[in-house]
Ligand binder design. Sequence first.
Ligand SMILES: Nc1ncnc2c1ncn2[C@@H]1O[C@H](COP(=O)(O)OP(=O)(O)OP(=O)(O)O)[C@@H](O)[C@H]1O
Length: 560
Amino acid sequence: MASLAPAMTSSSHDALHADVKSTPGLASGGAAAGDDILVVDGDSTLSLGPDSLLLTRSTPTKPKRTCGFGPTKPTSNAKSIPLYNVLWAELTSPTTLTIDYADQTAPKKLRVANLTLSVQDDHADAARRWTDNLLERAYGPAKLRKRAKVLVNPHAGPGGADKLWDHEAKPIFEAARMALDVVRTKYSGEAIEIAQGVDIDAFDTIVACSGDGLPHEIFNGLGKRPDARRALGKLAVSHIPCGSGNAMSCNLYGTHRASFAALAIVKGVSAPLDLVSITQGDNRILSFLSQALGTVAESDLATEHLRWMGGARFTYGFLVRLFKKKVYPCDIAVKVEIEDKDGVKEHYKRVRSYHSLHALANGNGNGNASGNGHGNGSSNSLKPKVEEADSGSSVAATSSASNDEGLPPLEYGTVKDKLPEGWELVSYDNMGNFYCGNMAYMAPDANFFSAACANDGLIDLICIDGDVSPATSINLLLSVESGKFFDNPHVSYRKIKAFRITPRNQEDGYISIDGERVPFEPFQAEVHRGLGTVISKSGGFQAPGPRDWDSVTMADRLLA
Ligand SMILES: Nc1ncnc2c1ncn2[C@@H]1O[C@H](COP(=O)(O)OP(=O)(O)OP(=O)(O)O)[C@@H](O)[C@H]1O
């Protein structure tokens, strides 16, 4: 019989005799291309369902004895493996079929397991075709055997990135037969240099095993190249979560667990991601995640000495500050695109509906389409209005003739220039939080920017007054986890294209760009639609969106 066991114990596998079953509609004695069923060991079968691979043993396995206590337990004759979990399959000899897959052995961990079956030698060709069919279905639009440059930050988060890479991510990548080039970073900033010099044609993805600091460095390294636009568009950045926040992985893979993220990278597709140019003094850097000034920035950056607390250090820092009712006076000038929350929800609905309809139009109901998120699909009638409205400012639109050049020009100049026309300048004496997000989750269970879209050319701006009562602040913090934050009346939520912020009456303080501290000086930001590329599980973000965004009929969607 076939044995299903972790790879480490493969020596215990029983050999199987495999044959190709004649089933109605299939050629007798051989599996024609597209065949779904392979017969093993005479009567056992391996069948390909729409979502899973099913091994059914014909001979019932003997029930297990229970030493006389209670009734004997019947042993199941079938084993189902989700196709999403299938990593690799091949005939390792003309008579041996091996299938590697990610097995969920614990709620927080996947482990590589394999299935070894013998194939009758006169049916090797048919078994090979069946194997190709299996891999095609298991990978869908995802590229097989991605080539990865892997950067491991041994000092990420609470520590342990080496272990997470070695024990949770690497085995999954290796089982998927990915080509790996692994580097352990030795000092801060090395990932910038590596990304600056990497051969972008030699790899499909550059994987950060780290917190969100290494992806920030990687985007910036790619952005410093003379061929920045091509590099950012070609080499997809991906993330194995090893830090304390791990926002990138939460947004793109819906998990902050290393082995689940590794599987999502294996099965993920390249997708464009908006990136934000930040100018401060004479510098220009890229931001992929967030820009913050106020309680949130300080709670993160001023608690570095409490790293041992893991994710709890942020909550601790936040509570300490909110009881002080700290305010951060500043001048803010914003290029607003969508002013009110209903408009933001409507926009989110349009983008999501476009992506799901686009996926359906491509015959990919699970939304796992490679075009998903690029907004450049063929079905023009389904395009959301925002994408058309934004096309003038998209990087693709402004740079198609010059793809090998550096970063796109700044549409609104730098922080040192005169304030652009049409920007609304407001002075705030009581700002508590100026928080701008390019992704939804800022950490697990911290879906601050629930209306964020990966590739809409807009960033989401949250402003909260600092002089609200501590009870209101605590309620606000709790509402993030419960999903009610977006609708809280104390939260101002807008979609914007650019902003400039100038702190006032404070000698020093904290400004966070993607969780990294930058000088406490005025800075300006503008978004570039789809400038970066990431590996994503389904082409966009995994966040659920603002509450009730989807209370809309199919007709609404089609008319949106
Ligand atoms: N070998 C190293 N020694 C010291 N610093 C390093 C090294 N390698 C990378 N770094 C720096 O560590 C910084 C933080 O990296 P990373 O995001 O991986 O972890 P983190 O900030 O601890 O994550 P989190 O914020 O989620 O806790 C990066 O800015 C990077 O420059």
